[in-house]
Every structure is written in structure tokens, then in C-alpha cells.
Design a protein around this ligand. Structure first.
Ligand code: F6P
Length: 544
């Protein structure tokens, strides 16, 4: 691996540093006053998403310099390398081709000279056929009853995508079926998920790229015991009540699932980029193949936009560059994602894995130190709930928290005044954060002098507003792809590998060492004094 330059060494970085000294003292109130058309000018509409980025602490020069930085950091080359199927995940020697998962039939994306798109559609077709059989009642359980419950067992990317998409697209889901998602190794997760389900009508989807993940395998074994025991102790029941989604056919067969009931994907799909692969089987079972394909078309539309649009008119690139601007120049350590859409309630949790497992890195691709802050902490909750909880800190706290507001013009449940009230709130929050309320305004209203500092909103708190027409499967695909490529843009600038996750390994190894120690007895504990004391105390609590 050739040594690369830290992003901080690029001329545009130094120019941005100087520029930041100028911008940080400018207030959004002044920026809007100087340019009455700012709110329309600093907005971008593409593939059905309207992004208003005018309430950011930027000028035209900021965007110009950030785009220049993207050029100097080789963003274009990185995008092309990904789409060309190069092994850009260098530490695992893998290509990164989630974009192939949503390429239309007939497209060509080559990996080592082979077009992978036909393989993608072959699996999609099998998934669709299976989903139709389950949804129509043609597939029967071991005792001849139709399947009414689907339990997805997976964790990380094999859970967060499916559960987020199910919740997001619940409006389009089969209402005569029940969907549950079990991820945690805490037995409560499984116990609560199945406590009111009839095994004779339940299908388990065991979703695991590796089919070795401790949590998923533990839950899958528990599910198998639960199912077989309730269906008369007959192991043959497994064939009618378990399907697998994995890249590891051998492990699937070893578990006892017929590989005819397995839906595959490939090592070039990262776990957190897999909700549109076979990992989306539970999603497809819920919303049906046609809606699933519409979601894929949404992803693809954003992929094409990302690949083709010039950086200054490119939604994911702009959002990624703004994230870098705040993370590195304002040193803002977090980003809040605030969907004003109840169906997107798991979207922030989904984004946490996508953004933080991808960009929570300290070394560059060549192993050298990054030299600046990388991936910010993503967090959030749907509005308006968050307003009555943590927004206080965003408005008046000491931390700068850039916000992404997400809203839809058309409600899926048009009931009375609800949607106008919802949208009035999202617009009001962006306005309040940007413009605040000055001491002069408070005094003019007759606020007592001693209360003025408490009631002042300094404003100048940045936000993006994403406005879409309606939450459809295609819109969800576009939104997810938007954040995927924003993450890619950030990672390209920092020269990090967005596609490995070595940081989760150490804890896994240590846990497997501790498991037998919890049983008690045996050899001396060899950990630090804190860990030893906790293990001993736990043993006592369990009477061991
Ligand atoms: O431990 C992290 C991780 O590897 C994630 O990257 C992944 O999404 C998750 O575990 C689940 O992995 P698998 O799908 O192989 O069970």
C-alpha cells in the first residue's frame, strides 16, 4: 500500500481552515439578511428529494472549497473504483458492490470480469417466489397450517435494516401477518417476541452473513428448540419453519436448514449495506415483492445521481461534505437525525450502524493516523417527540449539534389536523435553531431583565431539511442510499476504510473467554482486578 496524504495536508484543507476563521463569527441571521434568496438558492432537488441546506453555517465559498477538497482527496476516483468493483475494502480484500444489489435487470457490474447483476436477480426472483408462497398461504407449516408470523433472527446489519424497513413501510405491509425481530442475546428478546405466537404458524428467518454470530446462532438454536418442542418433537418441522439468509451455505446446512431454503448473498455486501440483499427477506415478506422492487429502484436512482451529478449538485456529496465541515472545522462531535415521520422511528438507530461502524476509524487506508476527527456520533428520535425531550440542549446547550430534519409532504394517515401540525413543527424547529431569539426581541416583549439570559436563543445552529413527497418504498430506498453515499463521501475525504469493522472484534474474543469462567470453579481468573471482581460478584449472584 503506497503511503497517502492525510486530508489535512491538502491545500483546500488549509484554505478551509482560514475560511472557517471568517465564517464561524457570521450569524445565519446576517447571512440570510445579506441574500434574500438564500433559502431558495442553497437548496437542491434531485431524484424526488428536496434538500434545503441554506440553514448551514456556510457561504458559497465554503461549498467551493469543500468541493475542491473532495477533488484533491480523490473522491471521484473512489466513487469510480467502487462502481468498477475494485477491492476498495483493502483490509478484507473485498469489493464493495452494494450498488449492484439494486442495479436493474440487464445492467452490468463486473467483479473480476464477471457480471454480478444476473446473480442478484436470480436471488431476488427466488425471494419473490418464496414471498408470494408465504403471503398467499401456499407454503404450509409442518402441521398444514398457513404461516401468519415471521420472526427475523439477526443482529447488526442483519437486523437493523430489516426492522427499520419493516417499520418504515408498515403502511404497505400485509396486515394479516405478524412480524417480529429478535436480535439481542438477552433471552428476553426471544421470549417476548414469541410469547403469543403459535409455532404451527410461525416462520423463522435466520439472517446472518457469516452464520457464526454468537447472538444470532444462540437465538436460532433457541428458536429451533422452541419450534420443534411445540410441533411434537419432530425435527422435520425445521424444514417448513426455518429459512436462512447467509453467505455461508456450509454453516447453514450444519445448523440443519436445507440449503434449498437458503437465500444467498456475497462477501462484497457489507452487513450494514445489506438491507436490499436477501437480508431484506423479512421486508419482502412484509411488503411484497413489487414494493421491495420499488424500494430497490429508489436506491438505484440515488446511486445513479451519486455517480453522475457534479459534486456541488450532488445530494450525498453535499451532505457528506457538510458533515466533514462540522466534524472537522466546528469540531461538532455529533449529528442529530430527526425524522418528522413516525414510520421512520427506527431510522436513527439504523443510521447509527451505517455511519458509526463505517466511519468510526482512526487510521487511514495505508495504516497511518487520520490526523483529524472522523465519523461523528449519529443519534436521533422522531419529531415531535424529541422536542419534548432533548431539543433543549440543541437550542440552548453549549454543544453545536447539526441536525438533519426529514419530512414528507403527503401523510400516509391523513387524520384531521395532524400533518399540518407535524410539518409546522419541523419548519419551526429549523427556523428557531437558525435565527433564535435575541435579548432585544425579548425586552421588546416586556420580558423581565433577569429572565432575558435564560430566554435568549442565540440561534446560528445549523440544520438540513429533507422534504420528500410521500414515504413510499422508493423514497425509503433513496433516503438510505443518500446516507450510504454521504458516509462514503466522508470516508473518502478522511481516506479511511468505511467497509471493515475490526473495532467490534476484541469484545467478541474477550466475551468468549469469559463465558466458561462465569460457570464458576476452575482456574484463577486472569483479568484485571475490576473484571475479576465483577465476574466473582456475578457468580455469587447466580449462586455459583
Ligand atoms: O459485529 C459486527 C457485525 O459484524 C456487523 O458488521 C454485522 O452487521 C453484524 O455483526 C452481524 O453479522 P452477521 O450478519 O454475520 O451475523
Amino acid at each position: 500500500m503506497t503511503t497517502m496524504q492525510s486530508v489535512t495536508a491538502h491545500p483546500a484543507w488549509r484554505a478551509l481552515q482560514a475560511h472557517y476563521e471568517d465564517v464561524r463569527d457570521q450569524h445565519l441571521r446576517a447571512l440570510f439578511a445579506q441574500d434574500p434568496k438564500r433559502g431558495e438558492r442553497l437548496a437542491l432537488e434531485a431524484v424526488g428529494i428536496y434538500l434545503d441546506y441554506s440553514k448551514n453555517r456556510i457561504t458559497d465559498e465554503t461549498i467551493r472549497l469543500l468541493v475542491e477538497l473532495a477533488g484533491q482527496a480523490g473522491l471521484r476516483e473512489r466513487i469510480d473504483a467502487m462502481f468498477r468493483g475494485e477491492r476498495i475494502n483493502v483490509t478484507e480484500q473485498r469489493a464493495v458492490l452494494h450498488v449492484a444489489l439494486r442495479a436493474p435487470r440487464g445492467a452490468s457490474i463486473l467483479l473480476d470480469g464477471e457480471n454480478v447483476v444476473p446473480r442478484v436477480h436470480e436471488v431476488l426472483d427466488r425471494m419473490a417466489e418464496f414471498a408470494d408462497r408465504i403471503r398467499s398461504g401456499a407454503w404450509l407449516g409442518h402441521t398444514g397450517r398457513r404461516i401468519r408470523n415471521v420472526v427475523n433472527i439477526g443482529i447488526g446489519g442483519s437486523d437493523l435494516g430489516p426492522v427499520m424497513a419493516y417499520e418504515a413501510l408498515r403502511h404497505y405491509s400485509a396486515r394479516d401477518m405478524t412480524f417480529r425481530f429478535v436480535s439481542n442475546v438477552d433471552g428476553t428478546d426471544f421470549a417476548e417476541a414469541v410469547q403469543d405466537l403459535d409455532a404451527a404458524e410461525t416462520l423463522f428467518v435466520v439472517a446472518s452473513k457469516t452464520f457464526t454470530t454468537l447472538e444470532t446462532m444462540t437465538n436460532a438454536h433457541t428458536a429451533r428448540d422452541w419450534c420443534v418442542e411445540r410441533l411434537g418433537g419432530d425435527e422435520h418441522a425445521v424444514a417448513r419453519h426455518f429459512v436462512a439468509v447467509s453467505t455461508n451455505a456450509q454453516a447453514v446446512a450444519k445448523f440443519g436448514i436445507d440449503t434449498a431454503n437458503m437465500f444467498g448473498f456475497w462477501d462484497w455486501v457489507g452487513g450494514r449495506y445489506s438491507m436490499d440483499s436477501a437480508i431484506g427477506l423479512a421486508t419482502m415478506l412484509a411488503i411484497g415483492p413489487e414494493n421491495f422492487r420499488a424500494m430497490l429502484a429508489g436506491f438505484h436512482a440515488m446511486d445513479e445521481h451519486f455517480r453522475e451529478a457534479p459534486f456541488e449538485r450532488n445530494l450525498p456529496v453535499l451532505m457528506g461534505l457538510l458533515t466533514v465541515w462540522y466534524a472537522n472545522f466546528f469540531r461538532a462531535p455529533t449529528v442529530a437525525v430527526l425524522p418528522y415521520e413516525q414510520y421512520l422511528k427506527r431510522f436513527p438507530a439504523y443510521l447509527q450502524q451505517l455511519t458509526m461502524e463505517s466511519n468510526g476509524k482512526s487510521v487511514r487506508l495505508d495504516g497511518g493516523p487520520v490526523g483529524c476527527d472522523t465519523g461523528p456520533v449519529y443519534w436521533g428520535e422522531p419529531g415531535t417527540n424529541g422536542q419534548h425531550s432533548f431539543y433543549q440542549l440543541i437550542h440552548q446547550g453549549t454543544h453545536l449539534v447539526p441536525c438533519d430534519f426529514i419530512a414528507f409532504g403527503q401523510p400516509l394517515n391523513p387524520i384531521g389536523p395532524h400533518h399540518d401540525l407535524l410539518l409546522a413543527n419541523v419548519f419551526a424547529q429549523g427556523e428557531a435553531l437558525a435565527f433564535g431569539k435575541t435579548p432585544a426581541e425579548l425586552r421588546a416583549e416586556g420580558t423581565a431583565e433577569w429572565l432575558v439570559p435564560h430566554r435568549t436563543f442565540e440561534g446560528n445552529r445549523p440544520s438540513n431539511t429533507l422534504l420528500l413527497e410521500r414515504l413510499t418504498p422508493a423514497a425509503l430506498g433513496k433516503l438510505v442510499a443518500l446516507y450510504e453515499h454521504s458516509v462514503f463521501t466522508q470516508g473518502a475525504l478522511w481516506q479511511i476504510n468505511c467497509f471493515d469493522q475490526w473495532g467490534v472484534e476484541l469484545g467478541k474474543v474477550l466475551a468468549s473467554r469469559i463465558v466458561p469462567e462465569l460457570a464458576g470453579g476452575g482456574a484463577e481468573l486472569g483479568h484485571d482486578s475490576s473484571t475479576n471482581a465483577l465476574i466473582r460478584r456475578y457468580r455469587r449472584l447466580r449462586g455459583r
